[in-house]
Write a protein that binds this ligand. Structure first.
Ligand code: BDR
Ligand code: CA
Length: 313
């Protein structure tokens, strides 16, 4: 089968970085048409730079990286340096990238690509706040139906929240954008915290990255060592969740994940629960299903896939 054409929309972020590496290491299953950066974990100037650092690390400097929106649709940007460090990719020392940033705005790239490609052949993979995707849908609503699928990391049901008691970071940062995307009528697959909190970087898993004996293995181990400290201290967990690579892993091995087709609504007005993903997991309403909301994953299979693919780079 031909590889699936994808656009990765991202705010690297160590876990975003691993997701990008996984995609670039998997050309049989995915063809990365471009990477659009968005403001999220850190401001845009850093996320677009980090995306280029990661492409160079993967040995793929020809990958096109675009800068998208530098702030949410209507709100002030909230960032997560407390998790990812000042640069967003804190951990190992890294040189500035030499590959260029594309001149075109990320949102224009998304629009132009959807316009140019046959209907139903482009999958969008958002790994950060949904600002770029929502703006593309607002500007070119006629292109929404051309999207094959959106596979995104965001939200939570049983795990509830990680940036507020009620909300997951990516949705919380731009809830208005999330609402536009969830209301768009595109097939959506959601990797919420319920799943990603099972993708934990335990010591043997990090050691396996390091044991690859490659620069990529060393970097991934150093990144995870860095951002683990936050989750270990805060949640007392064994390691840190590799949230965003779950999106790419789903495109490669969907059978690693299971979930339910349910209705998901986004809270945009309540101060207390802003950005909450109200997933009708128990189907207690008649609201139509608009997303495949994942609930479980095979973490061993996921880390085996990561190790196999990252070793190629
Ligand atoms: C999400 O927020 C970011 O900090 C991570 O990169 C991930 O996309 C997890 O809530
Ligand atoms: Ca992210």
């Amino acid at each position: 089968m031909a590889p699936r054409k994808i656009i990765i929309d991202t705010d690297p972020g160590q876990d975003d970085a691993v997701a990008i590496l996984l995609a670039l290491a998997s050309p049989e299953e995915v063809e990365v048409l471009g990477i659009t950066a968005v403001a999220g974990n850190v401001p845009l100037a850093l996320t677009e730079k980090n995306a280029r650092i990661v492409c160079e690390l993967a040995g793929r400097p020809e990958t096109r990286v675009f800068a998208g929106c530098d702030k949410p649709l209507t709100r002030t940007l909230v960032t997560a340096e407390h998790v990812h460090g000042k640069t967003g990719l804190d951990g190992p020392q890294m040189a500035d990238p030499t590959m260029p940033l594309q001149d075109q705005h990320g949102v224009d790239f998304i629009i132009e690509t959807l316009r140019a490609e046959p209907a139903g052949t482009v999958t969008l993979c958002p790994l950060g706040p949904l600002t770029n995707i929502a703006l593309a849908f607002q500007r070119a609503p006629e292109l929404v139906e051309k999207v094959q699928e959106i596979v995104l990391m965001g939200g939570a049901y049983f795990e509830v929240g990680n940036i507020t008691p009620a909300a997951e970071f990516n949705i919380y940062v731009d809830p208005e954008a999330a609402k536009i995307v969830f209301d768009a009528g595109v097939p959506i697959v959601v990797m919420p915290l319920d799943v990603t909190h099972k993708a934990l970087t335990t010591r043997p898993r990090v050691d396996a990255f390091r044991a690859m004996g490659t620069k990529v293995g060393e970097m991934v181990a150093a990144w995870t060592d860095f951002f683990e400290r936050f989750d270990k201290e805060k949640y007392g967990s064994e390691g840190a969740p590799l949230h965003d690579p779950c999106v790419i892993a789903y495109l490669i091995r969907p059978e690693l994940f299971s979930g339910r087709h349910v209705n998901v609504e986004i809270e945009t007005s309540s101060e207390l629960t802003l950005g909450m993903t109200v997933a009708d997991w128990w189907r207690v309403t008649n609201r139509p299903a608009n997303a495949l909301f994942m609930g479980d994953m095979d973490a061993e299979g996921f880390f085996a896939l990561l190790a196999e693919r990252l070793a190629r780079l």
